[in-house]
Design a protein around this ligand. Structure first.
Ligand code: CU
Length: 121
């Protein structure tokens, strides 16, 4: 392909991508923050809401107990890394509309109550 033609193709792709982004066709990116409890096996939120698309859950851990954040449902099952006091665990997933579960994947923590609902619209 001649250089000029190649440039034209690249320019068209850039313009098209921009137009799609403006039109909202490219799916949304959402970042949601939550925190582990300082003293209990719990999160500070029971329900989270997001628009469908790429969703990142960011969990801070102010407690001395290791925790992590994970998302599960509709074929999605992804764990963030387990972190200690003062650290942050994050997980990024592509989600469609529906209700998912977020939880702490450390043994026994989900059963003790470290879980909640993630509603994606
Ligand atoms: Cu935990």
């Amino acid at each position: 392909m001649p250089k000029v033609a190649r440039r034209l193709v690249i320019a068209s792709i850039v313009v098209l991508a921009g137009a799609l982004a403006v039109a909202g066709v490219v799916s949304a990116k959402t970042s949601l923050s939550l925190s582990a409890s300082k003293s209990k096996l719990a999160f500070n939120k029971k329900t989270l809401r997001a628009k469908h698309g790429t969703v990142t859950l960011v969990m801070s851990n102010p407690s001395g107990i290791p925790h992590a954040i994970a998302v599960e449902g509709h074929g999605v099952d992804k764990d963030g890394k387990t972190v200690g006091k003062g650290k942050t665990s994050r997980v990024t997933v592509k989600l469609k509309k529906g209700t998912y579960k977020f939880y702490c994947p450390v043994d026994g923590h989900e059963d003790a109550g470290m879980k909640g609902k993630l509603i994606v619209s």
